[in-house]
Design a binder for this molecule. Structure first.
Ligand code: PAF
Length: 279
């Protein structure tokens, strides 16, 4: 496994693979890798000959009062995880490599990013789309794999690739849960054991709501109320609980098409997101 720190060495190594006729999959991450990320690596291997994991805590997707400085980092752990999982290269740039001091070009998606995390975290998706397009351009990957936990992010990246004709196939891999049901996230590290226990109300509520939907309930408000009540009872602070059309991310009143029931809630400081698809 090779560690690549600069754009020039990344281009050189990946060009060599391309010259040998190898296809390349990218798994973009912000590090502090867990089983959710590693499942993306497994998925990437199914779609390409070489797998590159990028590890970069992208400052432009954090708001001024968010957890950029506190975001967990542990490169030695990440390197060992990648090595053990058979990753071919890790792209691990620093800020000076990724952003010129007078960087002034941005990618903005103007429809799907208006709701949910986009409404709660202004500028977040502009930072995500910009850094992801940069990572695509740096690696010139054929395929890129994203997790479904960030369902809105995955949809926005798919829209960016479609609208800007970016020659990268986007794969969205299933959400991975811990055995107790909590969606895997690097931010889970910051939950106390009590907060973690109470945060299980998110996945438990989503599971109950999905069961209610499977039993025939089609009113979005009924599902949202069920989930919200559980989180509030557990002492969580709700950012949003919504049912959205899965293509447009517009709110649904009656669930008469593929939908996503999505949650963002704080338990203590960490802001957790989770979702289930309603088909
Ligand atoms: O999902 C993430 O970890 C980040 O938003 C991403 C896609 C790596 C861009 O910084």
């Amino acid at each position: 496994m090779i560690i690549l720190r600069s754009i020039a060495e990344t281009r050189k190594a990946l060009d060599e693979w391309r010259r040998q006729g190898r296809s390349i999959a990218l798994v973009p991450t912000m590090g502090y890798l867990h089983e959710g990320h590693l499942s993306l690596v497994d998925e990437a291997k199914k779609h390409a000959d070489r797998v590159v994991v990028s590890i970069y805590v992208n400052p432009t997707q954090f708001g001024p009062n968010e957890d950029l400085d506190k975001y967990p980092r542990d490169f030695a752990h990440d390197e060992a995880c990648c090595q053990a999982r058979g990753v071919d290269a890790v792209f691990y740039p620093d800020n000076a490599v990724m952003y010129c001091p007078d960087h002034s070009c941005w990618v903005t998606e103007e429809s799907l990013s208006q709701t949910m995390c986009g409404a709660a975290r202004p500028g977040h998706f502009r930072g995500v789309t910009t850094v992801v397009l940069k990572l695509f351009n740096i690696t010139q990957c054929n395929v890129a794999v994203f997790g479904r936990k960030d369902a809105q992010q995955a949809l926005i990246i798919q829209r960016m690739v479609r609208d800007l004709n970016v020659p990268v196939s986007i794969i969205v891999a299933p959400l991975v849960r811990a055995p107790d049901g909590l969606a895997m996230s690097s931010r889970n590290k910051y939950l106390s054991s009590d907060e973690r226990q109470r945060a299980l109300s998110i996945s438990a509520g989503l599971k109950q709501a999905a069961a209610l939907f499977a039993g025939g309930e089609r009113q979005a408000a009924a599902l949202c109320e069920l989930v919200s009540a559980g989180i509030t009872k557990a002492g969580g602070n709700i950012d949003y609980v919504v049912v959205m059309d899965r293509d447009t991310l517009r709110p649904l009143t009656t669930i008469d098409r593929p939908a996503v029931l999505a949650v963002a809630a704080f338990f203590g400081k960490p802001r957790l997101i989770d979702n289930v698809f309603l088909d």
